[in-house]
Design a protein around this ligand. Structure first.
Ligand code: FAD
Length: 393
């Protein structure tokens, strides 16, 4: 298991700040893989508080925009360590890939989610958004989320469970709240994790937060929390059969213009291809084109990422406002496949109103791994060795 993978950007000065996110991500990947990853399986469930959580990577804000791709992260971990020492970390990255592939085949889960009401006039809803519910840990996580745009995985699970079963609020509103504030906000990981906590992803299996578990895994930061540990609430279950296939792998240029969205800014192995386009348009959807509006800090973060990407390619232009008219006037594109989520919904809707023509670039790696996402994670997991073999050769 031996190739090395380089996250370093090409030698090119940038006018944005003293370092780019790509540099920063590279540093953080190497720092995490150097030591903390070896304690990951033992400590990953503990949430000591944002600044004390050094045993989880906090790389998700890069991974979800593919500043660091899932596959490069896995390869780097395996370059540094034997598989059994980093197995749990790799498995968690595969959860992300799995959720993405699962949703890809059932896009109606996403469209049903975004079609639902955007607010609730209950007192609990107002209090939850303000972090004013009286459930101490929950209120603290609301503040942490708003301030850092991040929550530890276990806190996300407790948060969602309290939202649904203690505050008895619709899971969809909680999932929206997360997407509004998380720097790693992702259609698949977020929607499907909320459904999983609610007991809608694996029928009959819901995630119940307990006061004891919260106290143990926060090392006593939150004690004697009143949560509903035996919820009677029954949520309506809907079966979603597979309605679509994973797109075919394709790395061939077909048009002169390339469109990239902010959730896949990775260009490792694609520099030559991207440089060969006459124009690259790099888009981040403004709030008026989104079903789920993002907080200003997330919008700014995405704009920054896009601006930094454009520093690498002289043939690139940032696309934000006037997106629809620019895309319609250019009309023919190759597009880096944006996966089920806001960007794909935007494209689908645009296509229904205009005559734009496009073909997708789709990574071989995504095609290989996502073909195993038809069923549950347990089935997917059995194929991880096979996927790793093809990723590493
Ligand atoms: C209710 C809920 C909502 C969530 N919403 C999102 C979201 O919008 N975007 C998002 O990226 N993740 C989401 N997750 C998954 C997970 O919580 C985060 O990916 C993780 O906490 C990110 O922190 P980290 O980078 O420190 O993770 P680490 O523990 O260091 O893991 C490394 C990487 O593996 C991936 N990963 C780890 N755990 C999971 C997981 N359970 N599911 C999917 N991928 C995982 C992430 O890409 C992460 O960066 C959600 C989980 C829950 C329970």
């Amino acid at each position: 298991m031996g190739t090395t993978f380089d996250f370093s950007p090409p030698d090119k000065p940038t006018s944005i700040g003293t370092h780019t996110y790509k540099d920063q991500a590279s540093k953080e990947v190497h720092a995490f893989l150097k030591g903390p990853v070896l304690e990951y399986s033992k400590k990953r469930n503990f949430d000591f508080g944002y600044s004390e959580n050094r045993h989880v990577s906090k790389l998700s804000k890069y991974v979800s925009h593919r500043i660091v791709s899932e596959y490069d992260l896995i390869r780097n971990a395996l370059c540094k360590h034997e598989y059994h020492k980093v197995e749990k970390f790799i498995q968690e990255i595969f959860w992300r890939i799995y959720w993405k592939g699962w949703l890809e085949m059932r896009p109606e889960v996403w469209t049903d989610f975004i079609d639902l009401p955007t607010s609730d006039n209950s007192i609990n809803f107002e209090a939850a958004l303000k972090g004013n519910t009286g459930v101490k840990c929950f209120d603290s996580w609301v503040r942490e989320l708003r301030e850092t745009n991040y929550l530890h995985n276990h806190a996300r699970m407790w948060f969602a469970s309290i939202w649904i079963f203690t505050l008895e609020l619709p899971w969809q509103l909680g999932a929206r709240f997360f997407l509004e504030h998380l720097a790693d906000g992702d259609a698949a990981s977020n929607t499907l994790s909320w459904r999983w906590v609610a007991g809608l992803q694996t029928k009959g299996k819901r995630y119940k937060a307990s006061s004891h578990n919260i106290e143990t895994y926060t090392k006593g930061r939150f004690k004697e929390i009143l949560v509903n540990e035996n919820p009677k609430l029954e949520l309506e279950y809907k079966n979603y059969p597979i309605t679509r296939k994973i797109p075919a792998a394709n790395e061939k240029k077909q048009h002169e213009n390339l469109l990239i969205f902010e959730n896949d800014l990775n260009f490792n192995g694609r520099e030559e291809l991207y440089n060969s386009y006459k124009n690259i348009f790099v888009a981040t959807l403004p709030n008026d084109a989104r079903h789920i509006k993002l907080s200003s800090s997330i919008i700014e973060y995405k704009k920054d990422l896009v601006a930094q990407f454009c520093e690498f390619f002289p043939n690139s232009t940032i696309l934000s406002s006037g997106l629809e008219s620019t895309i319609s006037s250019i009309n023919k594109f190759d597009i880096v496949y944006p996966f089920v989520g806001e960007n794909l919904t935007f494209l689908d809707q645009l296509k229904s109103r205009t005559s734009i023509e496009y073909s997708y670039l789709f990574r071989h790696e995504d095609h290989i791994s996502m073909q195993y996402c038809q069923k549950g994670f347990f089935q997917f997991k059995k194929n991880i060795p096979k996927i790793l073999e093809s990723l590493l050769c």
